[in-house]
Design a protein around this ligand. Structure first.
Ligand code: ASP
Ligand code: MG
Length: 404
């Protein structure tokens, strides 16, 4: 919600659903740019802000939104009531700036809904055991919305955002990218963890764990568009067993430039080496993604892993100073011009040969694969970043995603 004009539009849209006989809970996030502004203020005072106080500040953006939206609804004749997280309450743990929701009391929400009111609850925030205000991490209002939907057993959770759904791949890379009408929550989870910013990953986990049908749709459409049309728009995150036979084998291609590869060369092939290498990096709070260890030759082997590009220099430093001599490695080499491209699809479970088709497509384009990792519904490859977009385009075509 970028302006009071936009808030009035949200109110119209909500009123439209309410007029059609639905009970509605709305979970807004802060007005556009507001959370950044608040965090900026905090940093002006304290460059590394105290986490509890930071949450106190950051959570206010949502409090403004709920009050304004409630007023906008009242102004058009609807009964509405706004709540901050602590008033519901939405209970979380005490991990300030990245708290996890533990429970949501549905009593007050349900009695307001039964009384015909539209209930508006702050996204992004909660309250811990000691009544401290907490926040759920950036993008956390997605998670608040799905969690509230789960708590009240909602028929559907609609997430209105600035894109009109989930696409087969990034439309900026492939202009033929298609909006998916449905995606399974497992696929969505892979997409979110591979860097798609459509939804906060935890909201997808919630949707999966509590089986909340969740739809991603655009907040930029005409608020008075027909309910039938709106109810079919966007992308529905569904559950595999509900999907029909037409399910495509591959649903999407994800890519991430944010990668770096590090190889520890000539390490002794004995127990504990993987632990020492990966453990040291984990102690530096750096996430390791892909890992390979080669077959050993004369008792020596190479060990490669990938880390987020932002953490590359630090990871190299940790390995050079804390690991190399200790484990007797010959050298540590790195490359921060690599990218990851992944094909995702639950259809892989029932189709063989997807990996071969992927590798052949890359081979046909002359793209060398440096590392591979797979899960039941995903195959990822690490390649030179120069070829990332080419790879995405070629794979999109090879798996005929423009026909979805
Ligand atoms: N306002 C919070 C943020 O900017 C939460 C959200 O928008 O989902 O991260
Ligand atoms: Mg958001």
């Amino acid at each position: 919600m970028g302006s009071t004009e936009r808030i009035k539009n949200v109110a119209k849209r909500v009123a439209k659903w309410h007029d059609a006989g639905h009970k509605i809970v709305v979970v807004p996030s802060a007005m556009s740019g507001e959370t950044n502004r608040l965090i900026g203020l905090a940093r002006e005072i304290m460059p590394e802000p105290d986490q509890r106080e930071l949450d106190m500040i950051a959570a206010t953006g949502e409090q403004v939104s709920v009050g304004l939206l409630s007023m906008a609804l009242k102004a058009i004749g609807k009964e509405a009531v706004s709540y901050a997280g602590w008033q519901v309450p939405i209970k979380t743990d005490s991990a300030f700036t990245k708290a996890r929701i533990q429970s949501i009391d549905d009593a007050r929400i349900k009695s307001d809904l039964d009384a015909g009111k539209i209930v508006i609850i702050t996204g992004f925030q909660g309250v811990d055991e000691q009544n401290n205000i907490t926040t759920l991490g950036r993008g956390g209002s997605d998670t608040s919305a799905v969690a509230v939907a789960a708590a009240i057993n909602a028929d559907e959770c609609l997430i209105y955002t600035d894109v009109d759904g989930v696409y087969t791949t990034d439309p900026r890379i492939v202009s033929e990218a298609r909006r998916l009408k449905r995606i399974t929550f497992e696929e969505m989870l892979e997409m979110a963890s591979l860097g798609s910013k459509v939804l906060q990953i935890r909201s997808v986990e919630f949707a999966g764990n509590y089986k909340v049908p969740t739809r991603v749709l655009s907040s930029l459409t005409d608020p008075m568009m027909s309910l039938e049309e709106e109810a079919q728009s966007g992308t529905l995150i569904s559950f595999e067993e509900e999907n029909n036979m037409e399910q495509a084998v591959i649903s999407g291609i994800a890519s991430s430039r944010d990668e770096a590869k590090i190889t520890v060369r000539g390490v002794p092939d004995r127990p504990g080496i993987a632990f020492q290498i990966v453990g040291a990096i984990a102690d530096g709070n750096i996430e390791v993604d892909m890992i390979i260890q080669n077959q050993s030759l004369d008792g020596k082997t190479d060990f490669s892993l990938t880390v987020p590009r932002n953490d590359y220099a630090r990871a190299m430093d940790i390995l050079n100073t804390k690991v190399k001599a200790q484990i007797g490695a010959i050298e540590i080499i790195g490359d921060n011009h690599v990218s990851k491209v992944s094909v995702i699809g639950v259809g892989m479970r029932s189709h063989v040969g997807i990996a071969a088709q992927m590798f052949k497509t890359l081979f046909d384009e002359g793209i060398n694969i440096q590392m591979i990792s797979t899960s039941e519904i995903k195959i990822s490859v690490l390649i030179d970043e120069k070829y990332m977009e080419l790879a995405v385009r070629a794979l999109h075509k090879a798996f005929e995603l423009e026909k979805i």
